[in-house]
Design a protein around this ligand. Structure first.
Ligand code: SF4
Length: 376
């Protein structure tokens, strides 16, 4: 695996985009005069993409990136010579992906975990990546898999980020179970007080439903303990409820449970599903059309808002929501995953709508353009 930063400012190579990295995989800056023998270049020119590594020339298909690459983007080349865009400088949705492993098996997981232990690989990769990221990053997400499987190495990743970017805001996704042990949470105490938040899913107020959805018996108790332990260090917590066939009828009860038992969370996000991965495999068990829960979602949102809790709705468009919660809908889908089908073009709300996941294999039957705000 090698990574490198796109640089198209080099005047020696006209308008071509250059991807540079050292053969040992650690970036040390672009210099065509100094240390050329240690660098590999991918040149994009006249639709002809060439990777030049001293005497060796490799041709790579960069078509998917040619319109997008700008200086500061970071590419990863894997052992099969496949290129991935690891960091998009112009994007607001960049994340550090720390592992494909997870200790839950959520029924609607959009990115099914693997059983392969990739922690050492991603730890090294992430350290190298942080080293070459642009210096003007304000925020970044941290995700997996389950990032806390790294244990104390996750602290090292956080420290590296805060060292390089003292004012950065980090948003980490976790199932929270790691923090059920106070000794684990305690190790993170210096980090947790920094400018960061942890997004943790609570699948239900009823433990058996939570465990069923997470695919892990006992996970409800661990996640709840984790939430309390994190709260004891004043961690900023975003509680996430992914709405599905198992929990949608209890959304008002879940809102009451949160208000009574988890009033310290900073934000509650109700989320529509991305219908890919396990969500497709488990469709019968997990899929419910958002039109079925419009009313109960509106009640849950209204409850939490009325109780002065900070609440939002992610991944659910206007046409699938009650007008009473329009103010809570967020443009939450990552920009590279959004689609607006043709019929959205005539919709009054297209500018503010989150749109649909272009990755979803199936969609709601209730999507329809709203031609006038008075015609809801
Ligand atoms: S029709 Fe399209 S733009 Fe309008 S609310 Fe639905 S998804 Fe959004």
């Amino acid at each position: 695996m090698r990574i490198g930063k796109v640089n198209n400012d080099d005047t020696n190579i006209n308008t071509e985009v250059i991807f540079t990295y050292q053969v040992n995989g650690v970036y040390s800056g672009l210099s065509s005069n100094n240390g050329f023998e240690h660098h590999t270049y991918i040149l994009l020119s006249n639709n002809q993409y060439q990777m030049k590594d001293l005497g060796c020339h490799y041709f790579l298909n960069l078509d998917q990136y040619k319109e997008q690459l700008i200086s500061g983007d970071v590419l990863k080349l894997d052992s099969r010579r496949t290129l991935f865009l690891s960091f998009r400088k112009s994007s607001k949705d960049n994340t550090l992906f720390l592992t494909n492993s997870c200790n839950n098996r959520c029924l609607m997981c959009s990115q099914p975990p693997s059983s392969k232990n990739d922690l050492a690989y991603y730890f090294q990769f992430t350290k190298s990546l942080i080293d070459i990221l642009p210096l003007d990053i304000n925020d970044i997400g941290i995700t997996g898999g389950e990032p806390t499987l790294h244990g104390e190495n996750l602290i090292k990743i956080f420290e590296l980020l805060f060292e390089r970017y003292p004012d950065i805001y980090l948003h980490t996704l976790s199932n929270g179970r790691y923090f059920s042990k106070m000794e684990n949470t305690f190790k993170f105490k210096d980090i947790l007080s920094k400018n960061m938040a942890i997004g943790i899913p609570l699948h239900s107020d009823y433990f058996a439903d939570h465990d069923l959805i997470s695919g892990k018996s006992g996970s409800y108790n661990e996640t709840m303990k984790g939430l309390y332990n994190l709260a004891s260090f004043k961690t900023r917590i975003e509680l996430r409820i992914v709405i599905n066939k198992i929990n949608y009828q209890r959304l008002p009860q879940i809102s009451e449970f949160i208000f009574k038992n988890l009033p310290f969370v900073n934000h509650v996000a109700f989320m529509g599903m991305e219908n890919i991965g396990y969500a497709v495999k488990n469709k019968e068990q997990i899929w419910v059309d958002p039109v079925e829960y419009k009313i109960s979602l509106a009640e849950a949102v209204s409850n939490l808002s009325g109780w002065n809790m900070n609440v939002s709705v992610y991944n659910i468009p206007y046409c699938l929501s009650e007008p009473s919660i329009y103010d809570y809908l967020c443009k939450s889908i990552s920009e590279w995953k959004i689609k607006f089908p043709d019929y959205c073009l005539g919709c009054h709300f297209i500018q503010n709508c989150c749109g649909l996941f272009n990755t979803s294999v199936y969609q709601s039957s209730g999507i329809h353009p709203i031609t006038s705000p008075h015609n809801l």
